[in-house]
Design a protein around this ligand. Structure first.
Ligand code: RAM
Length: 365
């Protein structure tokens, strides 16, 4: 069965020669429209596992988030190409409780691996350990749990690198002084909290940033309406606000619309999906977002798919120095490194989207 998975992967790699990526040029990456609809995922859940090929689960942060759809698309593509069965679960809300219920059902179902984009670093420890005690390989992607509770984290980009890009963008768009606010996802989100902490640490540790002032971290919970309301509140509460930084694709899209509709002079940056943000990106007063960053979420799903297969096949345990092939990703093979708290593989650096390239990328994801 191990041989079968590997040979299918090799065939796919040889037959397609696909190079997808966080490369600077859009390549053979599935377009946004290919994102797996929830109905399709539900059908997969019902399908019996191909004998011996394994059942691989992905648990997203919540339903209705296009970034999460793209993670699911990449994951599903890799697992299916290897002959495995995919179970995709999108909790109703971006909470730890919703994910705990989902993970418990996956344990009962007896899946082989679970890849989670965690809504909370600590609240999921016990259920992840329950899964591991049941013989399930647990890994994370996008947003980590406490490293004690998983084998490996598939990180989109180094936390420091993201924090640096975001604080430098704030510095640039404020002109080096003045107020900015952060519009985040949920207050418990591991990834957003890590990026925000990195931004704070960088700005507190360097005089260069001493004249920019973080007035508030607001939470839109990765819900469009709440993110809209939070943006409006920031505008009302801070008349001198110069910049909003939203390190969430849901938050940045909601904020972009509010700012642009209101013809606000407040500028926006953060992490956004090009397909959702193209209409807001521009250098003139008519556009709310001069530039933003992201990575390829389909590739991140693919990376988690390859990591799940490697854990399942016993090729890796998630230890530092482990390497595994990711045939359709440009930077393959990937090596597991230590991030200071636990082990991770990094997809690549964050990529900047601005008026010069947004039209090209909006078709990709
Ligand atoms: C949102 C989610 C996700 C994050 C992106 C940037 O879609 O919070 O976890 O990685 O934004």
């Amino acid at each position: 069965m191990k041989k079968k998975v590997i040979s299918v992967l090799l065939c796919v790699a040889m037959a397609t020669g696909i190079l997808a990526g966080c490369a600077a040029v859009p390549t053979a990456t599935a377009p946004a429209a290919d994102a797996a609809p929830a109905e399709e995922a539900a059908a997969d859940e019902a399908a019996p596992a191909a004998e011996g090929a394994g059942t691989f689960a992905i648990v997203t942060k919540s339903a209705g988030n296009p970034f999460m759809d793209r993670l699911g698309t990449g994951f599903e593509e890799v697992i299916k190409a290897a002959g495995g069965e995919v179970v995709r679960k999108d909790p109703e809300s971006a909470t730890a409780d919703a994910q705990i219920a989902v993970i418990q059902s996956l344990i009962s179902q007896g899946v082989d691996t679970i890849a989670i984009s965690a809504n909370d670093a600590n609240a999921l420890i016990s259920v992840c350990n329950e899964a591991r005690d049941a013989g399930i390989k647990v890994l994370t992607l996008d947003s980590d749990v406490d490293p004690s509770a998983r084998a490996l984290f598939c990180n989109q980009a180094g936390v420091e690198a993201v924090g640096q890009q975001l604080i430098d963008a704030v510095y640039d768009l404020t002109g080096g002084e003045g107020q900015y606010a952060i519009l985040s996802a949920t207050s418990q989100a591991t990834n957003q909290n890590a990026w925000i902490d990195a931004m704070k640490a960088i700005s507190e540790g360097d005089d260069k940033y001493s004249k920019i002032e973080l007035v508030e971290v607001a939470y839109g919970d990765d819900e469009p309406q709440k993110s809209t309301d939070q943006t409006q509140a920031l505008l009302q509460n801070y008349p001198d606000l110069k910049v909003i930084c939203a390190p969430t694709t849901v938050g940045i899209a909601a904020a972009a619309k509010v700012l642009q509709d209101q013809k606000s002079s407040v500028k926006l940056t953060g992490l956004g999906l090009p397909s959702e943000m193209a209409e807001y990106i521009g250098d003139d007063d008519a556009h709310s977002c001069p530039y933003m960053f992201l990575w390829n979420p389909i590739d991140l799903g693919r990376l988690a798919g390859y990591a799940s297969l490697a854990l399942y096949n016993g090729e890796i345990t998630g230890a530092v120095g482990d390497t595994f092939e990711a045939a359709t990703l440009e930077s393959s093979p990937y090596t597991v490194v230590d991030n200071g708290a636990g082990t991770e593989v990094i997809l690549g650096p964050p990529f900047k989207f601005d008026p010069s390239n947004i039209d090209e990328w909006k078709e990709v994801y």
